[in-house]
Design a protein around this ligand. Structure first.
Ligand code: NAD
Ligand code: UDP
Length: 324
């Protein structure tokens, strides 16, 4: 009994904002598996309790409904700040709230970290590079973002959040870690999420034609979720004087046409492809330079697109069957 109690006292208590979302729920799985106690804070805008339903009630995981644009007074040892819708359809649904989540949410979480002197991780994004003029993107490239376009609520919100993180480090000596995440996919993306991988897979599995926006020549680099979460944990363990930002992604680069063809091959879909109008400010190309991740974290992605898509297709196949 006494030993159990001691174990509980020794456990790290970790806050994950946005923990009911796609990436947050996978991060929580890893933290719980290594023995930590986790507080998930989420307003359930795009996340769902189902993503965490496999964790025993009353165990290491506590879930709190809370919007991070409001202050939060709790006690934790470390913070992972993931709260923010990531799909363009969702973050453009209420763009003012998206900017508030990134900016006011960052101020609230940084304030919490400052009071607790806790290490804090920010899930930033390749969107800070906008429609990049440098290819592949290195961390020292400052990006090309349209500040008044439909993606700006997310891109500029995330850029401002990075500014706040680095100012809290400079001004208050906070121990910050910033990851710039490139397109990531895998099980637990929402079927109606609107991002390209989930859209293509759901369309292929339900016998609808795959929708390509524009010519399909635009490129992205897709990282499987397990690879990404491993990098998060390594970034959080970096020494105090290393804050990033560090690009995390898979440098394999594919056009949307190539992605569609691969999904068709892996699902056996007969419904074909349909071309839709291009979306405004859609970046033409994106690929991370991951030299820093390799050098500083000893990390590089292991899961090839074909294998990760196979696992994601199997997930959606089961998920869609269970729903129908
Ligand atoms: P997601 O939409 O699945 O998860 C976001 C979570 O944040 C959801 O559970 C949502 O309900 C919650 N949330 C949103 N606004 C909130 C608020 N104001 N207060 C509390 N909770 C709130 O997205 P994801 O793919 O898991 O992305 C997680 C983080 O990673 C985001 O910050 C996103 O910007 C970043 N990111 C993701 C990718 C990717 O490809 N998945 C790429 C770049 C950056
Ligand atoms: N895309 C597409 N069809 C879809 C959804 C997305 O062709 O059904 C394209 C989109 O225009 C973009 C790319 O796929 O060029 C990646 O889109 P996503 O929304 O996944 O992420 P982001 O644009 O934020 O990288």
């Amino acid at each position: 009994m006494a030993i159990k109690r001691l174990d509980r006292l020794r456990r790290k208590r970790i806050l994950v904002t946005g923990g009911a979302g796609f990436l947050g729920s996978h991060l929580i799985d890893r933290l719980i598996a290594r023995g930590d106690a986790v507080l998930c804070v989420d307003n359930f805008f795009t996340g769902t309790r189902d993503n965490l339903a496999h964790h025993a009630p009353g165990g290491q995981l506590e879930i709190m409904r809370h919007d991070i644009t409001f202050p939060l007074y709790i006690e934790v040892d470390e913070i992972y700040n993931l709260a923010c819708p990531a799909s363009p359809i969702h973050y453009q649904h209420d763009p003012v709230q998206t900017t508030k989540t990134s900016v006011i949410g960052a101020i609230n979480m940084l304030g919490l970290a400052k009071r607790l002197r806790a290490r804090i991780f920010q899930s930033s994004t390749s969107e800070v590079y906008g429609n990049p003029l440098v290819h592949p993107q290195t961390e020292d490239y400052h990006g090309d973002v349209n500040p008044i376009g439909p993606r700006a609520c997310y891109d500029e919100g995330k850029r401002c959040a990075e500014t706040l993180f680095f100012d809290y480090r400079r001004q208050h000596g906070l121990d910050i870690k910033v990851a710039r995440i490139f397109n990531t996919y895998g099980p637990r993306m929402q079927a109606d999420d609107g991002r390209v991988v989930s859209n293509f897979i759901v369309q292929a599995l339900t016998g609808q034609p795959i929708t390509i926006y524009g010519t399909g020549k635009q490129t992205r680099s897709f990282c499987y979720v397990d690879d990404l979460i491993e990098a998060f944990l390594r970034i959080m363990d970096l020494p105090e004087d290393v804050s990033g930002p560090i690009n995390i992604g898979n440098p394999g680069e594919f056009s949307m046409l190539e992605l569609a063809e691969l999904v068709i091959e892996l699902t056996g879909s007969k419904a074909g492809i349909v071309f839709k109008p291009a979306v405004l400010d859609d970046p033409a190309q994106r690929r991370p330079d991951i030299t820093q991740a390799k050098d500083r974290l000893g990390w590089e992605p292991k899961v090839a697109l074909r294998d990760g898509l196979g696992a994601t297709i199997a997930y959606f196949d089961q998920h869609l069957r269970a729903r129908s």
